[in-house]
Design a protein around this ligand. Structure first.
Ligand SMILES: [Zn+2]
Length: 96
């Protein structure tokens, strides 16, 4: 069932919506990112619109998308050529 996520950055609770699609829509502007961690587990993070903007700005300033505090190596350099993970990738399945 749909449960309201919490912003990873500011801990604010998502607005009440009927679905994740509403949440990531233009009205609310939330974003979900999914990061595969080193141990293979999936980390799902939600961000509200302001925090997502800051997140993107910080990522752009660093020249790479941050990923779970990993050191920026040649992998990071390669990642810059990849499009940022953004938008409704598959919000119906936040875990696996
Ligand atoms: Zn936030």
């Amino acid at each position: 069932m749909f449960s309201r996520p919490t912003c990873t950055a500011c801990r604010s609770l998502a607005p009440e919506t009927n679905s994740y699609y509403t949440l990531i829509g233009p009205t609310h502007g939330w974003r979900m990112t999914r990061t595969t961690q080193r141990d293979g587990s999936l980390l799902v993070e939600w961000r509200c619109a302001p925090c997502w903007r800051k997140y993107k700005t910080a990522a752009a300033a660093a020249g790479v998308y941050p990923s779970s505090g990993q050191h920026l190596t040649s992998r990071a350099a390669r990642a810059t050529s990849m499009p940022p993970e953004e938008g409704p990738t598959d919000p119906s399945k936040p875990t696996r």
